[in-house]
Design a protein around this ligand. Structure first.
Ligand code: DAH
Length: 363
């Protein structure tokens, strides 16, 4: 078409447009139709831009036609000018209309392609569960809060004074050797047991009664083998009031150990020694593995040593400001790892701290 129009002008003599104006108008209308249908058939924004260049750019058909203006008579110049101008406007309008439509369609297609179906099932992340030590700690807390005890926390970094002296273990006392201690400096240690919480809580409470607390938490000793870890967990128990007796201690411990290990279990209290209790008792639970026939778990004795306990030493009460003639109390300390190992049949304490999912997923 472009060629046709060009050759039309090539043969056109000045002043002869009038006689040929019908032909010219027809040719231009044809060209316009051709342009419009090309635009209609443009499939993409890029294709459309090529078509636009072909007709409307500086080197396109329409500016090219203007070059021939000189060939037409002065009288016909405005007529031809208007035709070319209209041609250009029509194409440009059509072009813009089509461009908007294509852009919308392309955006819509992109949106469709990127659409997220919120009803599709998601990728489940694995849900973890509680560590066996947490399970035991939570169970013990529940047992004691059910009978009116309060759960308190002490300090993992503790003063020598509370860790030892307030528990009746002065410097150079041989009992310090029972617990190989991490010293941070001469006066500050990583607590070797949860017992210092006894002294701290009595300081806070005195002279109020009763004191009924348990205190779970981490403790630290220089020990590391299959049954010892340098960091482990204990739960301290303390009850101080008027008329507390050894029978209360035994009753509570029986309730505790039956709740953890089962109603059929028995307990046994053996005389023992702790500087902060008098009398002191080591508490054993009957072996559930062999029904007390004797097995590896209980060392063929039928009994498993489970915790230390006793009646709070009068000096310990006195240092906190209580009058040992007026009030008495009992205390005990349990190792959480030991309970977990017995309860779940774990034979190496280090498994509890390895964070191996193959192990942890079994609980
Ligand atoms: N603190 C002791 C330890 O870690 C355990 C203990 C024994 C706690 C007797 C007590 C107790 O409260 O009365 O070995």
């Amino acid at each position: 078409m472009l060629q046709k129009i060009k050759s039309f002008f090539e043969v056109l003599e000045a002043d002869s447009l009038e006689s040929k104006s019908d032909v010219l108008i027809n040719i231009l209308l044809l060209a316009e139709n051709e342009g419009l249908s090309e635009i209609d058939n443009g499939k993409t924004v890029d294709e459309l831009k090529i078509i636009q260049t072909k007709y409307c750019s500086k080197k396109g058909l329409l500016p090219d036609l203007m070059k021939y203006m000189g060939k037409v008579s002065n009288k016909d110049k405005p007529v031809l000018g208007k035709i070319i101008h209209d041609f250009k406007i029509t194409l440009e309008n059509k072009f813009n209309e089509r461009l908007t439509a294509l852009k919308n369609a392309e955006r819509q297609a992109k949106l469709e392609a990127e659409k997220i179906d919120v009803t599709l099932p998601g990728c489940n992340s694995q849900i973890g569960h509680k560590h066996p030590l947490t399970l035991v700690e939570e169970q013990v807390k529940e047992i004691f809060t059910n009978i009116g005890f309060t759960v308190v926390e002490g300090f993992e970094i503790e003063e020598d004074y509370y860790n030892f002296e307030r528990l009746n273990i002065p410097k150079d006392h041989p009992a310090r050797e029972m617990q190989d201690t991490f010293y941070l400096n001469e006066d500050v240690v990583l607590r070797t047991h949860t017992s210092p919480v006894q002294a701290r809580i009595m300081d806070m409470m005195c002279p109020q009664l009763p004191v009924k607390i348990i205190a779970p938490g981490k403790v630290f000793r220089r020990d590391d083998d299959s049954t010892h870890s340098p960091m482990f967990h204990q739960i301290e128990g303390l009850m101080v009031d008027k008329n507390i007796t050894f029978a209360d201690l035994k009753g509570i411990l029986l309730h505790l150990l039956k709740s953890i290990f089962g109603e059929e279990r028995k307990i046994r209290l053996r005389p023992s020694y702790f500087p902060f209790t008098e009398p002191s008792a080591e508490v054993d639970v009957s072996c559930g593995n062999c029904n007390q026939e004797g097995c590896r778990v209980c060392g063929y004795t039928g009994w498993i040593e489970i915790l230390g306990s006793g009646m709070v030493h009068p000096s310990v009460l006195e240092m906190a400001g209580y009058d040992p003639n007026e009030v008495t109390g009992f205390a005990f300390g349990i190792g959480i790892e030991r309970i977990a190992m017995l309860k779940y049949g774990i034979d190496d304490m280090r498994l509890l701290f390895d964070n191996d999912l193959r192990f942890l997923e079994q609980f």
